[in-house]
Write a protein that binds this ligand. Structure first.
Ligand code: GLC
Ligand code: GLC
Length: 812
């Protein structure tokens, strides 16, 4: 069942009922000011940091779900309704929500009154603009009252939901222009130099700034007293919970429309210019912001600017094929989700509260693989930021805070896959841009510039960390966990509440990871290539020798007969082996070892992927392990804490499905690679939205596995490494346009019936128009012509100065 449809020309997903299985959200904002917004107008807004600078309050974990947002109420006689249906939930005569790239719109009607709402964050201002148009489609005049409503958060979202003894006394506001502009200035009297505003470009007939006055002490936003009475109270908040609401009485003749523009903004003042009079905030910047968006023409042009920005960005990789679902994911939604992970990392979604994790070391390095072709300059800075949280021995803080860019010592280090992801991200950046100068940047360790080394020096530390932290089988030590945060082989936690990630000895001397072995082979080789490019052939040779050792260990101690072992535990027992009672086979080493090329020549790769197909595959995707753990295993940690079928315990963890698909392309299996791609691909499962539940335009972290009661149900949408890895898979491996140090390589691996396709790819300042003739083949280029000349091999040699490459590739 569907709850909407894709409108590819408009680059939008159109939701046709407010009653989606879960809130279906969108993200507004591209730089520093962000909003989450659901199809029923729920959500919240923050500046830079979802924890520390939260403008509006949201209630996670509440009933009903999706509680609080930026609401507009329309009172029409005795009928009160919202364009987004919530919170009043009056049945609407029509409803349509469109989520576009950085904006959302609603078009709803009740009793022949139509409301249109457009909400977006302009490119260059720290505000969210909402344009609200009311139209009277009746034969008679309509007298309506329009109310706006936002509830302020007292800035620190964590403190805001805990520290009531203080917070209920600190709230302060100011109101100007008869109520048109409401200033939220809690804590501005002391250490803050910022306040928030909510203004409308029209005279108002009333306002409210106190939640209790507006709603009534016993009501929720679903039945505000002020709206029922048709009149705000004009109360100035003092403590308790400040809000902002405008009341506008609107008379409309038959056929008439009126438009109002609301601006929700963040204003920062210089320390010495905070006040215009004692106790009165300096409003100069607020006024400038409000006047910029006080007319439709400037709002419309700001929206055009936003749309142009996205069109230009997405033109970096564009496919035209006979598979409309592939085209829409590649051209629009998958790249869009990659940009959202760039902006949010794992901080703020409907499943990440914005007050928990900051930026993940491994997460951010992997996200980069999906956006480096879109925003290479910002990717460059990101790499430097991440590397600055590395330690001198090559290990790294697992997370860092976006506002301070400092490592987070609560979680600390010891996740032994982390160091290698830095090589992955840096290599991807250099292959994309050719910018070797990044390797010469001086980068601190643990933010200490006095012990800085070049970025290349950091990569060497990463490489050496793995090379020098190996266990009894010559495989890399796992530490607290590797990619699988829940495989905690050195944890042994027996009491509830202990963190599986930080409890127990950080450095197990024995437990080993075959997954990290796969990573070391892949990214060790990429490190060696960087060494060669910088003229250090000796280091490249040393790196390859180290890689060879781990390769061999993976093929021997890491091999279980039909698939790769997952790990060795702290007692040197196998994890993910036929010898185990539960958890006999895991997906991660099958995917990563094969995509790294391990066991391809030896025939192991072929076997491993066959085993995956036989033992882990389902109609909704490939599960992370089987059989699911039915009891808690002290020696394995969090992985066995989840009920069977959920999360890392036999869920379909979407992040590693593309590893299997990529691995299949390595073996030339285009049919199977694409089959795996399709199973979790949002556009392909739109039809089962009632089962999948999460948004049909983005990936979720997890889909419940076959052992779960709700098999096929998605959870934790938006902020997942799945976005980057599926984009890498489809764009670089299946469609086969892969950036190498020498230029783009063309080596598609597609299903037999895929058909011919064309790709436009912008790369290092040039445009590549690539035509692929498939001839029914899955893989293997038989002829490659570049600007009319045939070249041998797969790589289009990059030449400085050439701006356009017309490429024809034949498969056969
Ligand atoms: C989450 C984490 C990621 C981890 C994965 C598997 O997605 O953000 O870092 O690799 O879970 O545990
Ligand atoms: C990942 C896992 C989650 C785990 C968390 C711990 O996000 O998906 O299950 O609790 O890491 O950091």
């Amino acid at each position: 069942m569907k709850y909407g449809y894709f409108d590819d020309n408009a680059l939008e997903y159109v939701i046709t009922t407010p009653k989606t299985p879960l809130p279906w959200i969108n993200y507004l904002g591209n730089k520093e000011f962000f909003s989450l917004i659901s199809n029923t107008c729920g959500g919240y807004t923050f500046y830079k940091d979802a924890k520390l600078l939260r403008l509006t309050r949201y209630r996670y974990n509440n009933v009903p779900y999706d509680n609080n947002g930026k609401y507009f109420y329309i009172k029409d006689g005795d009928t009160i309704w919202n364009p987004g249906w919530q919170p009043v939930k009056t049945a609407l005569d029509s409803y349509e929500c469109r989520h576009g790239l950085g904006y959302s719109t609603w078009k709803s009607s009740k009793n022949d009154v139509q409301a249109e709402v457009l909400t977006f964050v302009p490119m260059d201002d720290n505000c969210e603009v909402s344009k609200v148009t009311l139209t009277n489609n009746r034969a008679s005049a309509a007298k309506l009252t329009l109310f706006s409503y936002v509830e302020w958060c007292l800035w620190n979202a964590d403190d805001d939901m805990k520290n009531f003894q203080r917070n209920l006394s600190t709230g302060e506001v100011e109101v100007t222009d008869g109520g048109s502009v409401i200033y939220h200035k809690t804590e501005y009297r002391e250490r803050r130099n910022h306040y928030a505003i909510y203004g409308v470009n029209s005279k108002v007939d009333g306002f409210d700034t106190s939640r209790d006055a507006f709603l009534g002490a016993y009501n929720g936003p679903d039945s505000p007293d002020a709206v029922k009475a048709g009149k705000c109270t004009g109360e100035l908040a003092s403590g308790w919970s400040p809000i902002a609401s405008h009341q506008i009485n609107v008379s409309l003749n038959p056929g008439e429309s009126k438009t109002f523009i609301f601006t929700l903004g963040y204003i920062e003042n210089p320390e010495d210019a905070k006040w215009e009079a004692p106790g009165v905030v300096n409003k100069e910047r607020a006024k400038a912001m409000l006047s910029k968006y006080d007319n439709e023409a400037s709002v419309d042009s700001a929206l055009t600017e936003l749309k142009d920005y996205w069109k230009e960005l997405l033109s970096n990789y564009h496919i035209s094929s006979s598979n409309e679902k592939v085209d829409r994911m590649v051209n629009i939604w998958n790249q869009y989700q990659c940009m959202v992970t760039f902006n949010m990392s794992r901080s703020a979604s409907y499943y990440e509260s914005g007050i928990g994790r900051g930026m993940g070391f491994r997460d951010s390095c992997q996200d980069l693989l999906g956006f480096v072709h879109l925003i290479p300059d910002r990717a460059r800075q990101r790499i430097i930021d991440i590397a600055s949280t590395q330690f001198q021995d090559g290990s790294a803080y697992h997370q860092y805070q976006p506002l301070t860019k400092k490592g987070n010592s609560d979680i600390g280090s010891g996740f032994n896959d982390d160091p290698l992801w830095l090589i992955a991200g840096t290599s991807a950046y250099i292959r994309e841009t050719g910018d070797l100068s990044i390797l010469e940047e001086m980068v601190p360790f643990d933010n200490d510039m006095s012990v800085a080394k070049t970025l290349m020096g950091h990569l060497q530390c990463s490489f050496n960390f793995t090379a020098t932290h190996k266990g009894p089988h010559g495989l890399p030590l796992i530490g607290r966990a590797d990619w699988n945060d829940c495989l905690n082989l050195n944890c042994f936690s027996e009491h509830p509440g202990e963190s599986f990630q930080t409890f127990g000895p950080s450095e197990g001397p024995v437990a080993e990871s075959v997954f990290i072995a796969g990573m070391f082979v892949k990214y060790g080789e990429e490190y060696a290539q960087l060494c060669e490019l910088t003229g250090d052939d000796a280091e490249a040779a040393r790196a390859r020798e180290e890689v060879k050792k781990v390769y061999d260990a993976a093929c021997t101690a890491g091999w279980d007969g039909e698939w790769f072992v997952r790990a060795y535990d702290a007692n040197s027992n196998k994890v993910g082996s036929k010898e185990c009672e539960e958890g006999q086979i895991y997906i991660e080493p099958q995917g990563f070892c094969v995509l790294a090329g391990i066991g391809v020549e030896e025939g192991l790769a072929e076997k491993a992927l066959k085993s995956v197909e036989e033992r882990l595959d389902t109609k909704y995707g490939v599960m992370i392990l089987q059989p699911a753990y039915t009891k808690y295993h002290l020696e394995l940690g969090e992985v066995s804490s989840y009920p069977p079928g959920y999360k890392e315990n036999a869920g379909i963890f979407c992040h590693n499905n593309p590893w299997i698909s990529i691995a299949e392309t390595v073996l030339g299996h285009g049919n199977r690679a694409f089959e795996v791609y399709k199973k979790t691909c949002p556009a392909y499962i739109e039809d089962i939205s009632e089962i999948h539940c999460t948004e049909p335009y983005v990936y979720s972290q997890m889909v419940a596995g076959k052992d779960a009661k709700f098999f096929g149900q998605g959870k934790n949408s938006w902020l997942t490494g799945t976005a980057a890895w599926t984009f890498v898979n489809i764009s670089q491996y299946i469609l086969g346009v892969y950036p190498t140090h020498k230029g783009l390589s063309i080596n598609p691996c597609v299903p037999e019936d895929f058909g011919d396709f064309t790709i436009t790819r912008k790369y290092r300042g040039a445009t590549y128009n690539i035509k692929v003739k498939q001839n029914g083949a899955q893989k293997g280029i038989t002829k490659l012509t570049v600007n009319g000349r045939e070249v041998s091999g797969n790589i289009i040699p990059y030449e400085d100065g050439i701006k356009e490459y017309n490429v024809e590739a034949q498969l056969g």
